[in-house]
Design a binder for this molecule. Structure first.
Ligand SMILES: Nc1ncnc2c1ncn2[C@@H]1O[C@H](COP(=O)(O)OP(=O)(O)O)[C@@H](O)[C@H]1O
Ligand SMILES: [Mg+2]
Length: 437
């Protein structure tokens, strides 16, 4: 069969890499992809927002399955368009994807379904938002309602900063229409974890556990980014906690949508804040996380294409997932200045050395190929991902590989995976599979 993957990041490289391993797959296209993906798939020069172009391409090429990586095409109704033309596509419809594309929708939905989430107010009037802030005090979080490329959330230590956040989002319209409404939300402390599951709208099938590292610099300092690294499994999510998340968050979400005649198919991703007292949902995403997808794909033993087909056909109850018991760690290599302004076009050295790497894969994110050489073309450039006998071994292996790669200004975090070790040390847990998957 022919498969089309939409997107151009490290996540999509990992998906293409995994999909290619399916014995059922004869050809993989990626639109638009990147230089690394171009080594293993046919690149199609269509952008993820070109819904009609992508649909026409899928029809012309006889694509049997389309897999959507990023949220933008979901928000534009790509899945609805493909389904209307009888094309098989993995991902939620535009309505279902509202769980990610409107934070106000998601919060109000959670309140009605009794899904644990920080207390909040939704406002379309900046004065009202600011009055609410004055009432509840700081620290407080102000979020633009719509998609804002990961920049629409402002953590405000003081009331003054929260007022300014409302001004920027609603009055200066920093994120355009995405700031027509804001969510003002209780600030929570704890450990952030990502919980991902396949769902066909009925069955919820969790993936292995994972934790992302969102801040730019070591020790979780600096600005938020798209993600600087991830590892799987995480000891933070014990089997008991995973079970609780499924029962209290994932199943109520899928069921609540179904009650509204929305069948959610695809990946449902809950971004959670976990503390000793509680588990609360910060947000939902309607797709794989980047970079969580990279360690997850390295560990997944099941045929991804079969799982995706079961989701589309509503047969997920028949499926179980099989995982490599070895942990995987992914380190993102970023351009100088990222997540702010950065330059592109730097020549990347050291990749040849890792072409036949046994213990991992160098997934490409923002790369291009110019005169036979790989160059930088984005903020997040590469996602180096390795397996190891245990987390310390995976960390050692991944950083050995990272050391071989360089370009002027390259930066990365040196402490990916350390939270797993820290947590284990504090709680005195053993190093084996307490997190199950
Ligand atoms: N209520 C909250 N308390 C503490 N931190 C939060 C809260 N909401 C969001 N954050 C932080 O901000 C980041 C981004 O928020 P999130 O809701 O995930 O939006 P997005 O991913 O769309 O930017 C989270 O990963 C988390 O680190
Ligand atoms: Mg998030």
């Amino acid at each position: 069969m022919k498969v089309l993957v939409i997107g151009s990041g490290g996540r999509e490289h990992a998906l293409v890499w995994k999909i290619r391993q399916s014995p059922r797959v004869s050809r993989v296209f990626c639109a638009p992809g990147n230089a690394g993906i171009g080594e293993i798939a046919d690149l199609v020069s269509l952008t993820p927002d070109d819904i009609h172009g992508l649909r026409r391409f899928a029809q012309q090429e006889g694509v049997d399955l389309t897999v959507v990586g990023p949220e933008l095409p979901l928000s534009l109704g790509l899945v609805d368009e493909f389904e209307a033309y009888g094309l098989r596509v993995f991902g939620p419809t535009r309505q279902a994807a509202q769980l990610e594309t409107s934070k106000a929708f998601a919060k109000e939905f959670m309140r009605r379904q009794g899904i644990p989430t920080p207390y909040f107010g939704v406002f379309s009037d900046p004065d009202e938002a600011q009055r609410y802030i004055a009432e509840v005090g700081a620290p407080i979080v102000v979020k633009a309602d719509g998609l804002a490329a990961g920049k629409g959330v402002m953590i405000c230590p003081t009331v003054q900063e929260a007022y300014e956040a409302v001004d920027e989002i609603m009055r200066a319209r920093l994120f355009g229409d995405a700031g027509d409404r804001v969510v003002v939300e209780e600030f929570l402390e704890g450990e952030e974890v990502s919980f991902l599951a396949f769902t066909d709208g009925q069955t919820v099938l969790p993936l292995a556990t994972a934790q992302d590292h969102k801040r730019a610099f070591d020790g979780d300092r600096g600005p938020n980014t798209g993600g600087m690294g991830a590892y799987s499994p995480t000891p933070l999510v014990t089997p008991a906690l995973a079970d609780r998340i499924v029962q209290e968050v994932m199943i109520p979400a899928v069921k609540g949508l179904r009650q509204r005649d929305i069948v959610y198919k695809g990946i449902l991703y809950a971004g959670l804040m976990v503390s000793r007292e509680s588990v609360k949902v910060l947000e939902f995403n309607a797709r794989f996380g980047d970079p969580e997808c990279q360690p997850l794909m390295l560990r997944l033993r099941s045929d991804l294409v079969e799982v995706m087909e079961a989701v589309i056909e509503g047969r997920l109850a028949e499926v179980t997932l099989s995982w490599d018991p070895r942990p995987a760690v992914c380190v993102v290599l970023a351009a100088e200045g990222y997540p702010g302004m950065y330059e592109t076009g730097k020549i990347i050295t050291g990749l040849d050395d890792l072409q036949h790497w046994q213990d991992g894969v160098v997934f490409h994110a923002g790369t291009a190929k110019v005169d036979g050489a790989f160059t930088t073309k984005g903020g997040r450039v590469l996602a180096v991902t390795a397996l190891g006998a245990d987390i310390p071994a995976a960390i050692t292996t991944v950083y050995q590989a990272v050391k071989k790669i360089s370009w002027p200004g390259m930066h990365y975090r040196h402490d990916i995976g350390q939270r797993a070790l820290l947590y284990r040390a504090t709680l005195g847990q053993n190093s084996s599979g307490e997190a199950g998957q």
